[in-house]
Design a protein around this ligand. Structure first.
Ligand code: T46
Length: 136
């Protein structure tokens, strides 16, 4: 499984750092939604689903967390701990977010508006969709 991580360009000066993200320049899709999670309790695992077509970039803009990606045959763990790195996740990967530090803020840029119909929340169904991607 190829993990796609973006390293964004911080614009630093004596005042500190600033990262700017523009669609199709820094982000490979139209940004139609932004959401973020914080105050995640110790031991919590979020996610546990795949998507039919949603593309996203996850950025841990404060603190740290880990993302487990699963393509049905292989699993990879990606630590996110820098505010200038972004993890690209296509819909077709099962994802789990865990090991959040108490101060973690995980920001997500998404290619589509929120749509529960796009979620695959059952792992067996996820494996089925990989066998026959056209049928959802
Ligand atoms: C994903 C991972 C990385 C909304 O009302 N609008 C939204 O845009 C989102 C994302 C969520 N919600 C509501 C739906 C639930 O009542 O917020 C609640 C928590 O959502 P969920 O349990 O889906 O959150 P996570 O952290 O398990 O997953 C989220 C995204 O839903 C998902 O697309 O890929 O982050």
């Amino acid at each position: 499984m190829q993990v796609v991580k973006y390293m964004f360009q911080p614009h630093g000066d004596e005042r500190g750092q600033l990262v700017a993200l523009e669609e199709f320049k820094d982000i490979p899709f139209t940004i139609r939604r932004v959401y973020y999670m914080y105050d995640t309790e110790k031991g919590v695992v979020r996610g546990r689903h795949a998507h039919k077509s949603l593309e996203q970039i996850l950025i841990c803009i404060h603190g740290a967390c880990k993302i487990r990606l699963d393509n049905g045959t292989e699993k990879k763990v990606v630590p996110l701990e820098k505010p200038y790195e972004g993890l690209y996740i296509p819909g077709s990967l099962w994802r789990e977010m865990y090991d959040f530090s108490p101060d973690a803020v995980l920001l997500v840029l998404a290619s589509q508006l929120y749509n529960e119909e796009d979620y695959i929340r059952d792992y067996d169904k996820f494996l089925e969709t990989l066998k026959s991607p056209g049928i959802q």
